[in-house]
Design a protein around this ligand. Structure first.
Ligand SMILES: O=C(O)CCC(=O)C(=O)O
Ligand SMILES: [Fe+2]
Length: 318
C-alpha cells in the first residue's frame, strides 16, 4: 500500500498551515469563508506531500488506499475527551480539522450530505452508547465492508479518516479491500453477473424519502479489466439467486485480500471510494472519553457533476 510518514519538519509545516485556519477570526468550519481560506492554504502543504497526493489521484494503486502518517492532530494543547454523543461533528476549526481538510482539498472538492451528521464537513467517527449494534460508524459490532454512501449518485470519490485517538484495546481496525486485488479471485461467470444491473442499494433511514427508490445497478462498473466497485454488504441486495451467489463470492474475495489497519494517532487513511471498500472490526468501547476517535472528511472530483445536488452551489449535497 502507498504509505508515507511525514518528517518532523513537514509536521511543523502543517502546524503552521493549520495556524492560518484556526483562531478567533475563523469561528466556523461550515462557512464559505473558511472553506475558501482552506482552499488557499492547501497549496502550502509540504511539497513532497503534494506530489504523493497528485500521484494517488492519478492512480490509487492496487489497494486503493493512501496511508499518511505523523500528521499533527493538535498544535500543543491536550486532546479533549472523545465525544460520546450521536452525530458528533466538529464546528470550530481545530488543527486536526484544518489538516484533514487541507489534504482532502488536494484530491478534490470537500463535500458533505445534508442528511448525514447535519451536513457538517468534518465529522467525528466515535462509538455511541446505545448504538453498539448499528451498521454505522457509531456502532461497535463489526461494520460490514462498504462503499461510502453507495446508494447516492454523487457519493464521495475519496473518504479521509484521520486518527485522533487510538482504540485503547487495540481491537478496532479499519479494514480495506480493493477490487483490483479481489478481481483475480473471481470466476469469469461471476464477473459477468456482477457487471449486470441485478443489485439494489438502499439508502440509510436518515436519508428518508430523498433516497427514494433506487434503480437496479451493477456492482462492477466500467472496464471489466479494471472496474469500479459499487457495493455495501449491509445495504446492497441481490435481485436473484445467481446475483446473490456472485455477491457472496465477491465478499469472500474481499475478505481474503483485506488489509486491517490499526490506526495510530496522526494516521490519515484516504480510501478511493471507487476502487476500495472499507469496514471495521468489532471492539468494546468504554465511553469514558478515552475511546477510539477518528475525524472523517469526504471529497469528490467533479463539482459540476454534483451541482444538481448542491443547493445554492455550496459544499452540502442533498
Ligand atoms: O471506524 C472506521 O474505521 C470506519 C468507519 C466508517 O466506515 C466510516 O466512518 O465511514
Ligand atoms: Fe464508511
Amino acid at each position: 500500500m502507498t504509505a508515507r510518514e511525514l518528517t518532523a519538519a513537514e509536521k511543523t509545516g502543517l502546524i503552521t498551515l493549520a495556524g492560518r485556519l484556526t483562531g478567533p477570526e475563523h469561528p466556523l468550519i461550515d462557512s464559505p469563508d473558511w472553506l475558501g481560506a482552506a482552499r488557499e492554504a492547501t497549496s502550502l502543504l509540504p511539497r513532497q506531500l503534494l506530489g504523493t497526493l497528485r500521484a494517488f489521484r492519478h492512480d490509487p494503486g492496487a489497494d486503493g488506499v493512501l496511508l499518511l502518517r505523523n500528521l499533527p492532530v493538535t498544535a500543543a494543547d491536550p486532546l479533549p475527551p472523545t465525544p460520546g454523543v450521536p452525530n458528533s461533528v466538529e464546528r470550530v476549526p481545530t488543527t486536526a480539522a484544518a489538516v484533514i481538510v487541507s489534504v482532502m482539498l488536494q484530491l478534490g472538492e470537500v463535500i458533505a450530505f445534508r442528511n448525514e451528521k447535519s451536513g457538517a464537513l468534518v465529522q467525528n467517527v466515535v462509538p455511541v452508547p446505545g448504538r453498539e449494534e448499528s451498521q454505522s460508524n457509531a456502532g461497535s459490532v463489526l461494520l460490514e465492508l462498504h462503499v461510502e454512501n453507495a446508494f447516492h449518485d454523487n457519493r464521495p470519490d475519496y473518504v479521509g479518516l484521520l486518527c485522533m485517538r487510538e482504540d485503547p484495546t487495540g481491537d478496532a481496525k479499519l479494514c480495506t479491500s480493493s477490487i483490483r486485488r479481489a478481481l483475480p479471485l473471481l470466476s469469469e461467470a461471476t464477473r459477468r453477473v456482477l457487471a449486470e444491473p441485478r443489485f439494489l442499494t438502499e439508502p440509510p433511514p436518515s436519508f428518508g424519502s430523498l433516497g427514494g427508490v433506487r434503480p437496479a445497478h451493477p456492482v462492477l462498473q466500467g472496464d471489466l479489466d479494471d472496474p469500479n466497485v459499487l457495493v455495501d454488504f449491509a445495504a446492497t441486495h441481490p435481485l436473484d439467486e445467481r446475483a446473490k451467489a456472485a455477491m457472496a463470492e465477491l465478499r469472500e474475495a474481499f475478505v481474503e485480500t483485506m488489509a486491517a489497519h490499526r490506526l495510530r494517532v496522526g494516521d490519515l487513511a484516504v480510501v478511493d471510494n471507487r476502487v476500495a471498500v472499507h469496514g471495521r472490526t468489532s471492539f468494546t468501547p468504554s465511553y469514558d472519553g478515552e475511546d477510539r476517535w477518528l475525524e472523517r472528511v469526504y471529497a469528490h472530483l467533479d463539482n459540476r457533476r454534483s451541482r444538481v445536488d448542491r443547493l445554492g452551489g455550496g459544499a452540502v449535497l442533498n
